[in-house]
Ligand binder design. Structure first.
Ligand SMILES: [Zn+2]
Ligand SMILES: [Zn+2]
Length: 280
């Protein structure tokens, strides 16, 4: 019998001062306990060789792993702490066996003609430069390159969870860079979602973009969520928090959104790994 839940009590997408978070790992744990969570997974941004502005350095990574494992022991019996990492699609030299789970994400589009990585979730100016310089102003070509990177990442690495599948929408409010309601766009995004489902990965529903007021609804967008459900895909709810306030942001509303999209079960991180629950 599958256990039933009416409330999300775990988060597998947590940042700290080891990368671009605002609080220490222990502060985040105390925050999670205060909010009644039973499990907190840390997903520090892994080292990316071409961009050291937001991710963990090589030296920091060792210290991060050590501290999270120490905190896991310290809080055993109070809250389950799990060691993960947010594994960027263009990162190199990461051994997934050093982590209890991995969260595979894409944050960049590579411009073949410019030989440069563009961050898709940083500033309007950078995404505009990506569209103009690397894709000659063709927003849909940029979208295609983003989802192709996502597909490669998922097929090559098979991460435990796929992070913010349609992050390329973050700065696209008002369809500024591409028409995200068009059939063309939805077709490309759905193809990537299908690869995630076929690879057995759990897809994250991420409330971080709403918390930070970039968008009104979580990633992925509702048409993609409905499609994932049609395919029988697995999903989990994560906050992608960078501070204590954000740890369980919008969890109840997101569970309702899942139900509206037809999902009957939800996956949650536990001390033993990802576990499926029936939604009450
Ligand atoms: Zn991310
Ligand atoms: Zn993140």
């Amino acid at each position: 019998m599958m256990e039933k839940i009416s409330k999300i009590t775990a988060n597998a997408h947590t940042h700290t001062t080891y990368c671009d978070g605002k609080c220490s790992a222990e502060e985040m744990i105390l925050g999670a306990i205060g909010k009644g969570l039973t499990c907190l997974g840390f997903s520090g941004h892994c080292y990316t060789w071409f961009d050291e502005s937001y991710a963990m350095s090589r030296e920091n990574t060792e210290q991060y792993r050590k501290e999270i494992l120490e905190l896991k022991e310290k809080y055993r019996g109070t809250i389950d702490i799990v060691l993960g990492t947010e594994w960027d699609g263009d990162a190199r030299d990461l051994d997934p066996k050093e982590y209890e789970y991995t969260l595979g994400s894409c944050h960049y589009v590579y411009g073949e003609t410019t030989g440069r990585y563009y961050t898709v979730d940083y500033t309007i100016e950078e995404l505009q430069a990506c569209k103009d310089e690397a894709f000659h102003g063709d927003g849909m070509a940029m979208v295609r390159a983003y989802y192709e990177a996502m597909i490669r990442m998922v097929q090559n690495r098979k991460p435990t969870i796929v992070g913010h599948l349609d992050l390329i929408r973050k700065l696209n409010a008002g369809n500024r860079f591409f028409d995200e309601t068009s059939e063309d766009y939805l077709q490309i995004a759905k193809e990537a979602a299908k690869v995630c489902v076929d690879s057995g990965c759990i897809i994250e529903i991420n409330t971080g973009g709403v918390y930070r007021r970039y968008r009104n609804t979580p990633y992925p967008a509702e048409p993609i969520l409905r499609y994932i459900n049609d395919l029988g895909g697995k999903v989990t709810i994560n906050s992608d928090c960078h501070d204590i306030e954000g740890i369980d942001y919008m969890f109840p509303q997101t569970l309702e959104l899942m139900k509206r999209c037809g999902f009957r079960t939800v996956w949650q991180l536990t001390a033993e790994g990802m576990k499926e629950y029936e939604i009450l």
